[in-house]
Design a binder for this molecule. Structure first.
Ligand code: FMN
Length: 202
């Protein structure tokens, strides 16, 4: 089993979302020592903005690319390769200002590539990233789950569905800035859910 683990917290390993997603990895490794984990830690290795220079590099024929453009294409290709070679996509997802961390948005921009991860057909868009499970560990200071203010769940699910990932498990730890007791309860509840997920993916 191969896991692509994205820590998108600006606080790296200390992030609350990182601590919970790492808890799942520790559990999976204890169940299956051979599990392979590819780590992406955005705080340590920032994802650049997907801008017009990247798009131009991708749209330039290989033999006409500058060295810098080729490096940009290599980076972009690597993101898709890492996703495609994983069985499970695990994302530690903090809420920042009602949305997803900006580097995660940029990473989504890198992996959405027409003809590779999705295509348009007569029947509408078709995702090409098949046979994967996503596990999203969402941490928030307040309480948003199930309310219209939780744009994260809609956005991330819509995006992953669009590229073909339909099996998505959400684990929420909410109210983390609402006092110690609420925080501890949210953390232990999320841990219990993660243990159940780990047991099911054996
Ligand atoms: C810059 C910033 C913006 C935040 N914005 C929100 C927010 O809009 N809603 C919320 O409930 N919590 C917000 N929080 C609290 C975080 O969602 C919460 O602490 C979360 O667990 C952080 O995850 P992390 O430690 O993995 O980065 C914010 C925290 C930071 C640092």
């Amino acid at each position: 089993m191969k896991i692509l683990h994205i820590e998108s917290s600006i606080f790296a390993h200390n992030g609350q979302s990182s601590q919970l997603s790492r808890r799942l990895i520790a559990q999976l490794k204890s169940q299956q020592p051979a599990v392979e984990v590819v780590e992406k830690h955005f705080a340590a290795a920032p994802v650049p903005h997907f801008d017009a220079d990247f798009l131009t590099a991708l749209n330039t024929k290989q033999e006409q690319r500058t060295e810098k453009q080729q490096q940009m294409v290599d980076f972009a290709d690597q993101q898709i390769e890492d996703l495609e070679s994983a069985d499970i996509l695990l994302i530690g997802l903090p809420m920042y200002n009602f949305g997803v961390p900006s580097m995660l948005k940029s990473w989504f921009d890198f992996v959405a590539r027409a003809g590779v991860t999705f295509r348009y057909t007569e029947n509408g868009p078709e995702g090409l990233v098949k046979n994967k499970k996503a596990i999203i560990v969402a941490t928030r200071g307040g309480l948003y789950k199930g309310t219209p203010a939780d744009s994260q769940t809609t956005f991330v699910s819509t995006f992953l569905n669009f590229i073909g990932i339909e099996d998505i498990e959400w684990v929420y730890a909410e109210g983390l800035n609402m006092g110690e007791e609420t925080k501890q309860l949210a953390f232990s509840g999320a841990e219990q859910e993660l243990l159940k997920i780990a047991a099911a993916v054996q």
